[in-house]
Write a protein that binds this ligand. Structure first.
Ligand code: SF4
Length: 378
């Protein structure tokens, strides 16, 4: 255990009370029997997983909080025992603002969860309907209140912009409502159309129903302005936090540091190898329950691919690429290796480069994928 890598631990709990039409995650509608079987499987996987020293623990999904708090608590105990999770570590769970959650929050907090990431998406009834969400703005307010009463001091809300029918005014209203709830963290994601989802079928039939790129950009600009005005720091392309409340778990991904993912479809990055478990539930259940290796993809990132990936991740953050740290860690001078790429991006006004760092400019944040992608091919 002494030489085990320090890693973020991610546990995927894939069941939801209902399925949203835009969602492309590995998720299934809740079913008592299957959920119990999955729990046995994940504990089977945990028992034989590669040893790591856990830095953080994140329950993602799906909707992890469809499991009872006692179940989440038992998984936390397992992770503590097996991966030496420190007592004060960030333990986060994704949650949905369903009224049924309110009565569980005290037990969830007592079980050790100390950060909730709540899938609000919108405060506008019409947008919630279009997104297939069954909660209301009042439910969100109730959950935030109940979470505070339960002792949660670290709450994050997820919002989506570019929703069909959304206007800049209604997006503004959702941002304002989120700020007014006094949470510590907000994530804003542009709606993406994922292949194979009902939204992809809708988009193919009626693309005009969806926000144009320029409208999405305007909404993103509004998020930047409003959240900055409310005292949040934009510390990553899609994430804003009050001082001291950045997501510690996600910071591990952006720093290209090791993480261990458990569960169906979960990804790990350990000793330069990125692996992703199968998204086929039956295949996962069979392998994990038997304590066998989980089928999936595996790729060793080396040389330019590894460096390009690390730059891409770092550029997403407010700190950007620390050139000295990169030289020490990867043995490559980013300025020399990517001289031309950097020059072009700086000339285009999307990248700022000085002797110490590379960072996206404000304009660069709007085309972050293109800017970051230039380092993968550069
Ligand atoms: S609740 Fe979340 S994970 Fe579940 S279907 Fe909806 S978006 Fe997907």
């Amino acid at each position: 255990m002494m030489d085990a890598p320090r890693a973020g631990v991610y546990v995927h709990l894939p069941f939801c009370p209902y399925i949203c039409p835009y969602c492309d995650f590995a998720k299934w509608a809740w079913d008592d029997e299957r959920a119990a079987e999955y729990l046995r499987a994940i504990r089977g996987e945990l028992a034989v997983a590669r040893p790591v020293l856990a830095r953080t623990l994140f329950f993602g999904g799906g909707t992890p909080t469809t499991y009872a708090p006692a179940v989440i608590g038992a998984l936390i105990d397992d992770v503590r025992a097996r991966f030496a999770l420190p007592p004060d570590a960030e333990i986060a769970a994704e949650a949905n603002p369903d009224p049924a959650l309110a009565g569980r929050l005290g037990a969830l907090h007592a079980a050790g969860v100390n950060r909730l990431s709540i899938g609000v998406q919108s405060f506008e009834p019409a947008e919630l309907r279009v997104l297939g969400r069954r909660h209301s703005a009042a439910d969100v307010r109730d959950i935030v209140r109940a979470a505070r009463e339960a002792g949660f001091a670290n709450l994050s809300l997820d919002l989506i912009f570019g929703v069909p029918g959304q206007t800049e005014a209604s997006w503004d209203a959702s941002l304002t409502a989120a700020v007014e709830l006094g949470v510590e963290h907000v994530s804003c994601y542009g709606l993406t159309i994922e292949d194979g989802t009902p939204y992809a079928t809708w988009f193919a039939r009626d693309p005009a129903a969806f926000a144009s790129e320029s409208r999405e950009a305007a909404m993103y600009a509004l998020a930047i302005e409003r959240l900055r005005g409310a005292g949040f720091e934009q510390y990553e392309i899609s994430n804003w936090a009050r001082a001291g409340f950045r997501s510690q778990h996600n910071a591990i991904y952006w720093a290209n540091d090791p993480y261990l993912g458990l569960g169906v479809g979960a990804a790990s990055y350990l000793e330069g190898v990125r692996s992703t478990h199968t998204r086929d539930l039956a295949t996962y259940l069979a392998a994990a329950s038997a304590g066998a290796p989980i089928p999936g993809d595996c790729e060793r990132l080396e040389g330019a691919a590894r460096l390009g990936e690390a730059i891409m991740l770092a550029l997403r953050t407010a700190e950007g690429v620390d050139l000295t740290a990169f030289r020490e860690r990867y043995g490559i001078d980013v300025g020399e290796r990517y001289g031309e790429v950097v020059e072009d991006l700086v000339a285009a006004g999307v990248l700022r480069a000085d002797a110490a760092r590379l960072r996206l400019t404000e304009r660069g944040r709007f085309v972050a994928n293109d800017v970051c992608g230039a380092f993968l091919t550069g």
